[in-house]
Design a protein around this ligand. Structure first.
Ligand code: HAM
Length: 422
């Protein structure tokens, strides 16, 4: 029986892996630049880590992979990174042991039972950060800056930053009640999901994919921020201006998860290749989550970038310029294999990428291989070379060929590489 990958999952084949590693390497550099330390939390947690009382998000109510291996504990494959990181922050008492804000980053697989489509899988990777500590607008702006400048450093053009404020607990509660009153007489005009959301989380109606274009939603009242939240949001925008980060205020941006307060943001692609899954990354502040998870009353803010969506956009904008090549290929005869192996190992010890023929194939076949592998140098090792303790070195860029003493090979290759790029 031949098996296939499970729906919504995919193999990361080598050409994808190269891109994945390039994107994650650069992300790690950005973590470092902004003072974030990397963290890894378990792939599964107790379900309560993700599921809070009265949770209304689709992710928690419909999309979690929950299981109970012993019929007792309820466990869930993590659908997102924030909750696990906060669980770890609290469990390891980082608030007492480390200087605040604690800045943590992660690159990890997430699992959501969503309907798969381009840019939406059931297993996907998020690159995320969480900055947990005192609340300050400068932190919000810096978190957005990390993500924005990462995207810009990749060279992506067709993206825009959307920001909004969901206000503090009190202004959000008032707004929620105002929306319920407003939408109640229009309940029949809303989609099935929004009819269910109406009492529990009417804010989500504002960015519902089905209803958001309707006249009812267009006429909904706008959020009135408390003067403190208003001031806070103005400060966040001020710091974004100072860093020359362009943004649009989108007062319909509410985000899909329940824990957000005050600042929320998304970076969306305007490239049509992204299709309906245009949100490359999203995040926001969460004032209550740390306390809800049993920790002190400390706020946090973060975001997560969807790796697969980022790759789709990078492909569309032809960001990747990948040439697979090696430094050297050692052409050898069956009887010179040991000598060739010594050379290959010495080159690898000196950080040259190197391959050699394993099978005793014809010289013609070996030259073909070296071409396919795009080798900069071809090293030829025959009986004569062994007798004279030398190597024949062919530079495929300059087409020059020379005989090099065995113990001078590494220095000579170093020199040729340097000369060429000067
Ligand atoms: P989220 O908006 O649910 O936020 O997900 C963040 C990003 O993950 C999305 O913008 C998208 O790029 C990617 N993503 C989500 N679901 C899928 C999927 N099924 N397939 C492919 N990519 C997907 C969070 O998860 C929050 N934890 C972000 C955050 C961190 N907020 C504060 N800190």
């Amino acid at each position: 029986m031949a098996y296939k990958t499970v729906k919504g999952t995919y193999d990361m084949l080598p050409d994808r892996m190269i891109r994945f590693n390039m994107l994650s390497d650069l992300f790690r550099q950005f973590l470092n630049l902004y003072g974030y330390a990397e963290i890894k939390t378990p792939v599964f947690e107790y379900t309560g880590v993700f599921q809070k009382e009265n949770d209304t998000s689709d992710m928690v109510t419909k999309e979690m992979y929950t299981f109970s291996p012993n019929g007792k504990d309820s466990l869930t494959l993590r659908p997102e990174g924030t909750a696990g990181v906060i669980r770890s922050f609290v469990e390891n008492k980082m608030y007492g042991n480390l200087e605040l804000p604690v800045k943590l980053g992660y690159i990890e697989e997430m699992f959501r039972h969503e309907r798969p489509q381009k840019g939406r899988q059931r297993q996907f990777t998020q690159m995320g950060i969480e900055c947990i500590g005192d609340k300050d607008p400068l932190i919000d702006a810096e978190v957005i800056a990390l993500g924005y400048f990462y995207i810009k450093t990749l060279g992506l053009e067709s993206v825009k930053v959307l920001i909004n404020s969901l206000g503090d607990n009190e202004s959000r509660l008032n707004y929620k009640n105002e929306l319920i009153e407003y939408f109640k007489p229009h309940k029949d005009e809303l989609c099935f999901d929004c009819q269910n959301r109406l009492e529990k989380n009417p804010l989500r109606i504002l960015d519902c994919k089905i209803d958001s274009g309707s006249a009812v939603v267009a006429g909904a009242p706008k959020m009135k921020l408390s003067s403190e939240s208003e001031k806070y949001f103005e400060q966040v925008k001020h710091y974004l201006d100072v860093m020359n980060i362009p943004y649009e205020v989108d007062d319909r941006l509410v985000r899909g998860l329940d824990y957000y307060t005050d600042t929320v943001f998304e970076v969306v692609s305007t490239n049509e290749a992204s299709g309906s899954q245009a949100t490359i990354f999203g995040g926001g502040r969460y004032d209550n989550l740390v306390e809800e998870m049993g920790g002190p009353s400390i706020s946090g803010i973060g975001f997560a970038i969807g790796m697969e969506r980022l790759m789709i956009l990078c492909d569309a904008e032809e960001i990747f310029d990948i040439k697979n090549s090696i430094d050297a290929y050692v052409v050898n005869l069956n009887e010179t294999k040991d000598y060739a192996l010594g050379i290959a190992e010495e080159l690898r010890n000196n950080s040259f990428t190197c391959e050699m023929d394993y099978y005793g194939r014809s010289l013609k076949a070996q030259f073909k291989s070296s071409e396919r592998k795009n080798a900069r140098f071809i090293l030829i090792v025959g009986d004569d070379e062994i007798k004279d303790n030398v190597v024949t070195l062919k530079d495929t860029l300059t087409k020059a060929q020379e005989t090099v003493k065995r113990d001078e090979l590494v220095d000579r290759m170093d020199q040729l590489m340097e000369d060429y790029y000067e």
